[in-house]
Design a protein around this ligand. Sequence first.
Ligand code: HAM
Length: 425
Amino acid sequence: MTIYPVNAFAAPKGTYDLTPPDSATFLAVREALAAPLRRAGYGYIETPGFEHVELFSRGVGESTDIVSKEMYTLTTKGGTELALRPEGTASVLRAALERNLHKAGNLPVKLWYSGSYYRYERPQAGRYRHFSQIGAEAIGAEDPALDAELIILAVDAYRSLGLREFRILLNSLGDKECRPAYRAALQDFLRALDLDDETRRRIEINPLRVLDDKREAVQKQLTGAPLLRDHLCEACKEYHERVRVLLTAAGIEFEDDERLVRGLDYYTRTTFEFVHDGLGSQSAVGGGGRYDGLSEMIGGPALPSVGWALGVDRTVLALRAEGVELALPAATEVYAVPLGEEARGVLFGLVTALRRAGVGTDFAFGGKGLKNAMKSANRSGARFALLAGERDLADGVVQVKDLESGEQKSVALDAVVDELSAQRS
Ligand code: HAM
């Protein structure tokens, strides 16, 4: 049975529409987050909005909340089990394998993406069921400089937006050599604690996640829990130290956080999160790490890789929390206001010519009167209004009004496009 919301126009729970003028900020944020990636040789990739369920259950992990509780799954009429993508990494790696990008020559294959992701989470400020990420994946290379590069690129992206109050949490989750022994030691420790049944079950399936339990009663008991830091093998220790040295040399401040476990199972070695203190409980504006085993988990060859995803929605919230206003140029630079039928035709022609010359131009549609049309011109954010009545046309001119200074002058019809194009440069 379909239950419609009380308000028939309401978007589904946990989702929201992006509309002007706010939508312009989202576009600008997406562009700013992606710009450093483009400069660093990352190529754009787009994958489908849905995938076979198995990709995520094998890749992200059966035991994660994302797969066990938060996936939107559906069975097609043909009986195929699909899931709306809850994240981008597994899809990007699958696509790279399908297209054999890793065999094309240079490794790592560096890719970036922008898109919508879906998780059936309990909605709250900063946590949505449909959200937007910019992501980056560097596939097929094990090199601490690559991990450092990605962290630096994210920092540059946030800074280019004017964001200041974010912190970087850094950890190493070890690899297939050292993690199993740590896991066993942690399980022994956790089994002796006073925990509820669900948490006890979690100890058996995903003990590292218990460290991430936010409840005070649990956190209290975790003092003295074995730390992965003390169980890392020499290779992991050395790798992590090299990442730290490279970041420090680049002037990047980070906090070592041995408790940082991410909500996805594919991570190995370097993991990191970008947190913003102005966001309350949903403080992670981005996160990522190395996933050296993911390719094999989904049936591919060994391809050590690293990546991150930055949350666009939360980055916008973080900007608001810091009171950062992005300087967004008005899309409309010129607004044309015809007075009378003949002028409509002439100005409409000029509007097209201006647009073709690269000048953002709009027109008073709908036969508005002068007062209303001027209101629309002001609201549009345009710097200039273009006015013409019968007398102007008889004189072969239009009036160009500077909406900031109020100054107005006549400009010959055949000079308008040049004159207004010149004004903007
Ligand atoms: P993630 O930590 O699950 O990682 O998500 C990355 C970012 O997406 C989060 O830090 C947050 O800003 C945003 N985000 C996640 N869930 C929501 C939500 N429900 N509402 C709003 N924003 C959200 C990944 O997705 C990994 N694929 C990142 C990665 C790439 N690791 C390696 N490569």
